[in-house]
Design a binder for this molecule. Structure first.
Ligand SMILES: [Zn+2]
Length: 393
């Protein structure tokens, strides 16, 4: 895999001082967001409840601007800045790691940060963070590179200690997306990251209630976790089964049904390849910086050990199809395979469940419904029971 080229304009804006005696709020808030075009510049503005510290850097492949700030309370409407403006094509925000909120701006060409500053409250305006972007040539972008170290990826959460001998099987449940990466969106603003987290919590609770399993979540809040860290957590904890939960979207709004994926270097069909490419973009969406990360996970090959767990993944996949088919509609070629990064633990049977299409009205309604989410979790518990019963554990 090609190394990510990272461009960073070091911008540490320490906005110190000015204790505002009127402010009592524990958490700083983002009250509004907007963008506008001013001659050659695109201006991006965040309305803030108080002064905060920022860090700004740029990334290439694709071009993005990343703004890191302390954990913020977001009080902006769900579809804010959806259509983009000037060089800004997309806007996302959310928790990146504990203590750090992140804004990611997708830009349609190389840009440079002309100015970044904070304005004091005036009139009916609160504090404002202002960022001026200007399109530059690729060469100028390269030239503006700064040698400062890119921000580090968050440390892995420490999984609970697990003893393999005699212990109950450990099921690691991975709620897809999170934080700055919302995943798929429905027409009415329902976000994949919220659906996956809720089903994952239900599934964990139901698995534990059987008394037959231990269960662990890769995330239990609205936070971004890199794909590689999700896999690493499952391996650290010596998981016996890994289930990644997702919900799709499709440009054709009539498309509906659940599907279940296993890992394969060669995608089973075009649709599966597209789906994997889409899910694998999660780290890019979150403004992840891949420079300097070790390539071990990226280079994992399918070896004999993995073939074994691939067979187990397949049998679990069939059981899931059977059980989930009783509670929800399935797509026609339900069992699919493709190169999902999150399924790459070589020694753990792993599946990725796309629970349905948020882009389909009918299915979105179901995925909103607590009862339906609960039934999906029940079906997965049943498949898990049959899986481990078959393995005589
Ligand atoms: Zn997803």
């Amino acid at each position: 895999m090609a190394r990510w080229r990272v461009r960073r304009i070091a911008f540490l804006i320490l906005l110190m001082g000015a204790w505002w005696p009127g402010a009592v709020a524990a958490e700083p808030s983002v009250l509004g967001v907007r963008a506008g075009e001013h001659l050659t510049m695109t201006r991006f503005v965040l309305d803030l409840s108080e002064r905060v510290e920022f860090q700004i850097f740029t990334l290439a492949n694709p071009y993005r601007i990343v703004i890191d700030l302390p954990e913020m309370n977001w009080q902006i409407p769900p579809h804010a800045l959806e259509k983009g403006k000037g060089v800004i094509q997309g806007f996302r925000y959310g928790l990146f790691t504990a203590g750090t909120s992140r804004v990611v701006l997708d830009v349609n060409r190389p840009v440079t940060v002309k100015k970044a500053f904070l304005l004091n409250p005036i009139g009916q305006h609160s504090y404002r963070f202002v960022l001026d972007l200007e399109a530059v040539s690729k060469e100028a972008f390269e030239h503006s590179r700064d040698k400062a170290a890119p921000p580090k990826v968050a440390a892995l959460p420490v999984p609970p200690p697990a003893s393999k001998n005699g212990a109950k099987p450990l099921v690691v449940i991975d709620p897809g997306h999170g934080g700055v990466d919302p995943g798929a969106l429905s027409g009415s603003g329902l976000q994949e990251k919220g659906v996956t987290l809720d089903v994952a919590r239900k599934l964990k609770q139901k698995l534990e209630a059987t008394g037959r399993y231990r269960a662990m979540l890769t995330r239990d809040r609205d936070i971004f976790i890199p794909l590689r860290s999700r896999v690493a957590m499952a391996r650290e904890a010596e998981a016996d089964l890994f289930i990644s939960l997702h919900a799709d979207s499709h440009p054709n709004h009539r498309t509906m049904g659940a599907s279940i994926y296993t890992l394969s270097e060669k995608a089973s069909d075009k649709e599966a390849a597209a789906q994997a490419a889409n899910e694998n973009k999660a780290d890019i969406i979150a403004g992840m910086d891949f420079s300097g990360t070790d390539p071990v996970l990226a280079d994992i090959l399918i070896d004999i050990a993995q073939r074994d767990s691939l067979n187990s993944s397949l049998s679990f996949c069939y059981l899931l199809i059977k059980e989930m088919g009783k509670v929800t509609r399935l797509v026609r070629n339900t069992r699919r395979s493709a190169g999902f990064a999150v399924l790459k633990a070589p020694d753990i049977p792993s599946v990725l469940v796309e629970m349905g299409y948020l882009s389909n009205r009918q299915e979105e309604k179901l995925l909103r419904d607590g009862g339906h989410r609960s039934r999906l979790a029940d079906a997965i518990v049943k498949a898990t029971d049959r899986f481990f019963a078959g393995r005589d554990l």
